[in-house]
Write a protein that binds this ligand. Structure first.
Ligand code: RNT
Ligand code: ZN
Length: 417
């Protein structure tokens, strides 16, 4: 144990925080790492571009083009991150073996055997996402809300297949699988009917969820959005739509992506609001810059605030946390690691905050003192606790983890065509 940690530990103890306990606790809190940062949200089941109102920009060399490259890159990223991981997989990342192929509506657990192998090797659970984008069956930008019966049917069948695959993941890993439904369904310009698409969307999700599954193993959620590129005027899965859907469908969770709200809205404030009503909720953690740009997550104020709301409300076991961003303009493994480490820092920082003391000041209306104490907390020796946490997780706590990135880039990424 370093002298710096010893001294930091004493400072925190004077605020009533046991940093050893905090470190042991955080080690076991799972956070889902998204496979799609590794290849700019492309996957292995199609050659076409990324569509659906989301976009990656940049063409930093060395992106993963095969399952083995992606597994290797993810392994590298995870080796640089402290804490417990879950693996977040999209349906378009099916791994077809021996030349076989199945369209999205015909996907089977066996097409994800490699992911199970990968997760088990890492002692991790798996979260899953049907992929309702980047596919020729997206008709006029619509999937589950399409007025075309055949289109809807195809995507409903995709959703049902994904429920079966999610259950397979949960059974194989012994860890529940969070299955998130997000579509980019919407209109570029002012629609003449806003309710019709939403009624169809509602019915389609209901049909997907009518697929039998064990509610303890599969946790379906619905993700809202405010707008996407090319679908600026109307989004079928708006905030009110998805929240109401989750509230009225037993076992379905609301998923908030903090890039999916108007820029002055904050998800940190929405977390406690939803926790008053839902036993469990899910998050996509990202960093929007002016819009849902999905920049790499940083240890910034709103990130810290979101973590605080989860931790100080004792909700670490009620909130499924997943990262969701994609930057193609920088080293993708570093992007993964910076984001994952940032969320770990945010959780650790929240757990090192004397929340009981601060709540008491609020409840006793001692607002001057509350402000003073909140400012004092910002300068506690957090960096020393972070270094110790990393050390105990067997990963590098200082900037030298970047040396590993440089090495991997030289030895592996730069050799890719
Ligand atoms: C898009 C949503 C969605 C996707 C992933 C790839 O705006 O955030 O969650 O990012 O499904
Ligand atoms: Zn998201």
């Amino acid at each position: 144990m370093s002298a710096r940690y010893e001294s930091a530990k004493a400072v925190y103890a004077s605020f009533g925080i046991d940093t050893d306990k905090v470190i042991e606790k955080l080690k076991n809190v799972p956070v889902s790492l998204h496979c799609w940062q590794g290849d700019d949200v492309i996957g292995f089941d199609h050659d076409g571009p990324l569509t659906g109102g989301i976009q990656t920009t940049g063409n930093y060399p060395g992106k993963a083009k095969t399952p083995d490259e992606l597994f290797s890159d993810m392994d590298k990223a995870m080796s640089l991150c402290p804490g417990k991981k879950k693996i977040n997989v999209h349906a378009c990342y099916a791994v077809f073996e021996d030349g076989e192929f199945a369209d999205r509506d015909a996907l089977e657990p066996k097409h994800f055997r490699k992911w199970v192998e990968f997760a088990k090797k890492n002692g991790a659970g798996i979260d899953f996402n049907p992929t309702f984008f980047s596919h020729p069956k997206v008709k006029d930008g619509l999937t589950l809300s399409s007025p075309d019966e055949e289109t809807r049917r195809f995507w409903i069948n995709h959703g049902k297949a994904c429920i079966r695959i999610s259950e397979y993941f949960a059974k194989e890993t012994g860890i529940p699988c969070v299955m998130n439904i997000w579509t980019g369904d919407g209109y570029k310009d002012i629609p003449a009917d806003r309710m019709g698409p939403r009624m169809r969307y509602k019915q389609s999700i209901e049909e997907i969820l009518s697929e039998p599954y064990d509610k303890n193993l599969v946790k379906p959620c619905v993700e809202s959005k405010v707008f996407g590129i090319g679908v600026e005027s109307f989004t079928a899965g708006s905030a009110e739509f998805t929240l109401s859907f989750a509230a009225t469908h037993d076992g379905c969770l609301p998923l908030m992506d903090n890039g999916h709200y108007h820029p002055t809205e904050v998800v940190s404030d929405k977390i406690p609001a939803l926790l008053c009503f839902f036993p469990e909720i899910a998050l996509h953690i990202t960093r929007g810059v002016r819009w849902d740009s999905d920049h790499v997550l940083l240890f910034d104020d709103e990130t810290k605030e979101m973590a605080k709301e989860i931790v100080r409300n004792g909700a670490l076991d009620r909130v499924y946390m997943a990262l969701d961003y994609f930057d193609a303009s920088i080293n993708r493994i570093a992007a993964w690691a910076v984001g994952f480490r940032s969320w770990q820092k945010a959780l650790l920082n929240a757990m090192c905050t004397p929340s009981e003391m601060l709540k008491k000041l609020q409840d006793e209306s001692r607002f001057t003192e509350l402000m003073v104490m909140q400012e004092e907390c910002k300068l506690l020796p957090f960096g020393d606790v972070w270094a110790e946490y990393c050390e105990r997780c067997g990963v590098c706590g200082d900037k030298s983890w970047f040396d590993e990135i440089v090495k991997y880039e030289n030895e592996v990424l730069s050799k890719r065509s």
